[in-house]
Design a protein around this ligand. Structure first.
Ligand code: G1P
Length: 295
């Protein structure tokens, strides 16, 4: 059955502990680490807003309250900026503030996996399709990844996952899909497997952390057994949903930075900084000198 109800909501699972970034993440959520001068989560929310998302649902956890504060007015700061005539900073802050009532927060009480985190958003999402954006992944392309997915969704309906190609020796790190009939911008998905053992992956197309899902996934996740890593896996839930509904892969052709890993995070910082007209002139020569010194 093709379902094309309008997509209005996006879910951001931001409860992860960020153990790969200790000690920084002992007191600061990994989603609040900055790429140039914005928290990682801001890039991901911007991608959702560019795709037309109107309601932002954050699945947080203990110690993540600062994410909620970040998406609110900071009254004392704004008063101080006003008193000092710092108008550019005021405009910047107000431009990033979600509309009143358009952000919701719920908590994942235990780290039981991505499937469980998504299930925690069920009441806020309700009976409508939703986007899911993993906040570790920052993407850059001519068009935002989710925007491209929405274009495919408007034609194909059903469920969409964004995919990219990886080296064949890296497939065990990701959810991997099987490739079927070609579609404009992607293809039909024939199978999905979470972190396949080396040599068993159906392709080298990995799920890159962007999804459009139908609400029937929630009932499936409710009873989903633990899978890879002893966690409730979203991919296992999607496999069950795929028995009843279509799944398509959107082939994202831009750049992706896995900011949950140190290399991806550092590369994102360098890469976004050199794109910035205000920063590039300050770092171009020192960066070249650093690279030259590596030889
Ligand atoms: C999750 C998903 C996996 C996906 C990956 C992308 O895994 O379960 O299917 O390929 O994100 O980053 P995690 O990175 O949380 O282990």
């Amino acid at each position: 059955m093709v379902q094309r109800n309008r997509l209005r909501k996006a879910v951001f699972p931001v409860a992860g502990l960020g153990t790969r970034f200790l000690p920084a993440t002992k007191a600061v959520p990994k989603e609040m680490l900055t790429v140039v001068d914005k928290p990682v989560i801001q890039y991901v929310v911007d991608e959702a807003a560019e795709a037309g998302i109107e309601h932002f649902v954050f699945v947080t956890g203990r110690g993540k309250g600062v994410i909620e504060d970040y998406f609110d007015i900071q009254y004392e700061l704004e008063q101080t900026l006003k008193a000092r005539n710092k108008n550019a900073e005021l405009t910047l802050l107000s431009g990033l503030l979600p509309k009143a009532g358009s952000a919701s927060f719920t908590r994942q009480q235990e780290p039981l996996g991505l499937g469980h985190a998504v299930w925690c958003a069920r009441d806020i999402v309700g009976r409508e399709p939703f986007a899911l954006l993993l906040p570790d992944m920052i993407m850059r392309g001519d068009k935002g990844c989710l925007k491209g997915m929405v274009e495919l969704y408007d034609k194909a309906g059903g469920n969409i996952v964004a995919v990219e190609e990886c080296a064949t020796d890296q497939t065990h790190k990701y959810g991997i899909v099987g490739v079927g009939e070609a579609l404009e911008g992607g293809f039909r998905i024939t199978e999905m497997v979470e972190k396949p053992a080396k040599g068993t992956a159906p392709s080298n197309f990995f799920i890159n952390g962007r999804y459009i899902l139908q609400p029937e996934i929630f009932a499936i996740l409710e009873t989903q057994e633990r899978g890879a890593g002893n966690e409730i896996q979203l991919t296992d839930g999607m496999l069950k949903l795929a028995r009843e509904q279509a799944f398509a892969g959107y082939h994202f052709k831009g750049q992706t930075f896995d900011c949950g890993a140190k290399d991806g995070f550092i590369l994102a910082n360098v890469s976004f900084a050199i794109e910035r007209a205000d920063i590039r002139p300050m770092i171009e020569e020192p960066l070249k000198a650093l690279l030259a010194a590596l030889k």
